[in-house]
Design a protein around this ligand. Structure first.
Ligand SMILES: *Cc1c(COP(=O)(O)O)cnc(C)c1O
Length: 380
């Protein structure tokens, strides 16, 4: 056990009461009950998305999105290599080929300037991943997509409540995907959501999500027969998970503000080390209002990062790294290809270290982590 773990799942206070209501009052524990509807209404109101469908995971949200794009075997999908495997899996399952593009070293997001060169006549979709809840350069990406008639699917798994030029992440492209995994800012254990701009596509999504049936329309009284109308899967989460999530949505701003306060404290306390050139801190472009999903630093190199992790571990603090770039993973090599030169993806990913960040992290916790990091650099 770590004294300061890397993550603690968010718990806002009313979760157990909501679970009780689902079991004892609503008598509804399968999908699309009152709590799922509340979550949907909350996000549609908050973000302005026309269609919000709760799913069983961020991974499934991406799979549903990939189905909606209509990609066919052999089609190409442009995405960063520095992302979670689910971004690529969703399209690989449709037979499409992930084409990986290098990232920008300042935000760790796909380099919008390198996208256009990767487009071929087989390209169908661009998937910007908003790393750490900091938006990709969406104006440029939307412009490229428009000129080449491509769809844009935002992997906003880390970007719930974050914005780009005032617009909520996940609502900017054609389709957006959220994750409510226990490591994300708002959680239901395992869960996610697909956000869809176009209403007709939204209706198609409801069918894919409900085993290929028109059950959702049936329950709304829009049709009088409930039947199998298309291929599909079961992407709707149970009500207990939705009930858990809804407790956090009621405190969404408090959770966001608390995380941002901890993030800012880390940033201030570590700025002197950054000014001395010992570490680098994240860059937040002025168009981006992030959600403090993640606080990371960059060390000099891989070797220094491993020593710092070991040092913090001795002090019972867990700091972690992630994402072996997909193009160098066995599946990535089998299913995809990297376009252009890997200038930053591998090099920057090896320097990145994520510090503890969660809703119940205290100011004292942040101070202690920063003290230990300063000690480490003093001794080294
Ligand atoms: C967490 C995450 C996912 C997957 O979400 P799950 O809910 O864990 O399936 C996909 N993409 C990115 C960038 C993520 O961070």
């Amino acid at each position: 056990m770590y004294r300061i773990p890397f993550n603690v799942p968010p718990y806002a206070g009313n979760e157990m009461e909501n679970l009780r209501i689902a079991c004892e009052i609503n008598h509804k524990i399968s999908g699309d009950g009152p709590f799922t509807k509340k979550c949907r209404a909350w996000f549609e109101e908050k973000t302005g998305t026309p269609e919000f469908l709760l799913t069983t995971s961020g991974t499934d949200a991406l799979e549903l999105a990939a189905m909606l794009t209509g990609v066919k075997p052999g089609d190409e999908v442009i995405m960063p290599s520095y992302t979670f495997c689910s971004t690529a899996n969703a399209f690989v399952l449709r037979g499409a080929v992930p084409v990986f593009v290098d990232i920008r070293p300042d935000t760790m997001n796909i380099d919008e300037k390198k996208i256009e060169d990767a487009i071929t006549e087989k390209t169908r979709v661009i998937v910007p991943v908003h790393y750490a809840g900091v938006a990709c350069e969406m104006d440029t990406i939307l412009d490229i997509a428009k000129r080449h008639h491509l769809m844009v699917v935002e992997d906003a798994a880390q970007g719930v409540m974050a914005r780009y030029k005032g617009q909520y992440l996940g609502t900017i492209g054609d389709i957006g995907c959220y994750s409510f995994h226990e490591t994300k800012n708002y959680s239901m254990g395992e869960g996610g959501a697909t956000l869809i701009k176009d209403h007709a596509l939204g209706e198609e999504a409801e069918i894919l999500r409900e085993k290929g049936t028109n059950r959702a329309q049936f329950f709304r009284g829009q049709i009088d027969k409930y039947t199998w109308v298309n291929y599909g899967s079961s992407f709707l989460p149970g009500e207990l998970n939705a009930a858990y999530l809804y407790a956090q949505l009621e405190k969404a701003d408090l959770i966001n503000e608390t995380r941002l306060a901890r993030w800012n404290r880390y940033y201030e306390e570590l700025t002197p080390l950054a000014e001395e050139g010992r570490i680098e801190l994240a860059y937040i472009p002025k168009e981006c209002q992030h959600n403090a999903h993640m606080f990371y630093i960059k060390t000099k190199d891989l070797e220094e990062r491993q020593r710092l992790i070991a040092y913090l571990k001795e002090k019972e603090i867990l700091a972690v790294f992630h994402y072996i770039p997909l193009h160098s993973s066995p599946a990535g090599m089998r299913f995809g290809r990297f376009h252009g030169e890997d200038v930053y993806t591998t090099k920057e990913s090896e320097r990145l270290l994520r510090l503890p960040m969660y809703y119940s992290l205290t100011e004292d916790n942040v101070d202690e982590v920063c003290e230990r990091i300063k000690e480490f650099y003093k001794a080294n």
